[in-house]
Ligand binder design. Sequence first.
Ligand code: SF4
Ligand code: SF4
Length: 398
Amino acid sequence: MSSLESLTALTREASALAGGLPMARLGPAESEVARQMQICNACRYCEGFCAVFPAMTRRLEFDAPDVHYLANLCHNCGACLHACQYAPPNAFAVNVPQAMARVRHQTYQTYAWPRAFGALYQRNGVVVAIALTLALAAFLAATLAARGTLWQTVEGGNFYAIFPHGILVGMFGPVFGFACLALVLGLHNFWRDVRPLSPSGGAAPIGAAAGAQAAHDAMSLTYLGGGHGEGCHESDDGATLWRRRFHHLTAYGFGLCFAATSVATLYHYGLGRIAPYPFLSLPVLLGTIGGIGLIIGPAGLFWLNLKRHPDHGDVSTRPMDRAFIALLGLCGASGMALLAARSGPAMPLTLAIHLGAVMAFFLTLPYGKFAHAPYRVAALLKFAVEKRMPSRLRLGSD
Ligand code: SF4
Ligand code: SF4
């Protein structure tokens, strides 16, 4: 019997002795995470790298909710793979970021709402490409129908002369509303499975300190620091902070663009001020800064994704990652192009492209890479709550 087979047999035996066979209830990808966590729990070399390892040490066995929680807690920084003495070609074949990434992708499908739409996570790159093609074609055709041309100067750069405000609200409102509903209900499904439990077995209370820590860790991307603060691994052993920086530009750029749209909505309905707004108005300033972030951030993330070593994460999810990053970048670039071209004849064309890109983004929002954001925040929240509770294992320093 090889050492790997011996280890697997010992793991199953230990699980059986502990009362039950939790690994038997897991699928292949989940069993692989559980197997690797059993090894890591004996080794613990990576304890200070990220939240996954302290969370792991609070468990002796790993059932499906534990595996789903840990998979979404992992930020795929690659540090534990590069530090691991049991990584391939060792017979133990420990590759935590890859095993976690496979389960993480499955959790998006498992908890998706409606459940049948979880299939859209598979071949997601194709789904995004189809959605973008259809949305672009629809807005280009609608612009042609409205103006008879895609190349025409519109007085005052008034895009409502092409698509009236009410029509835009009627098209984008329901799609965005459905996307938010699907994300919230998917997150609810996930949380119902993984929520932290108090020693009495009920739901553990979420205190302000835990909430603040989770918010801090999510907003600062603490665990993209690789444990030493020097960053993630991409193509080799070297650590770099560029993924964290590009991710910040993308996330905060997206947030500022969303804020720009919210302020513009307030202007429209609350103050009766109708777009287009001057370059130095609050919605345009927020949108401009956010748009620049949404160009530089996704471009950088795409570049890093192309460079990333195939052992980091799950290569089968790369079409999903790249499609999402590219679509975000197109939203940012087309928004900035529209701002620059709004007084000239290219306005109808750039407007159609921007609206098509944003519509494709909203259509695919709950069934693509964006799902990692709410699931990871939920995992960070569970970690922050759990670490404030006594360990149930009551071992050593516990
Ligand atoms: S990843 Fe490797 S080195 Fe790190 S704790 Fe697990 S077995 Fe140990
Ligand atoms: S890849 Fe990074 S975040 Fe994921 S478990 Fe390893 S050290 Fe933690």
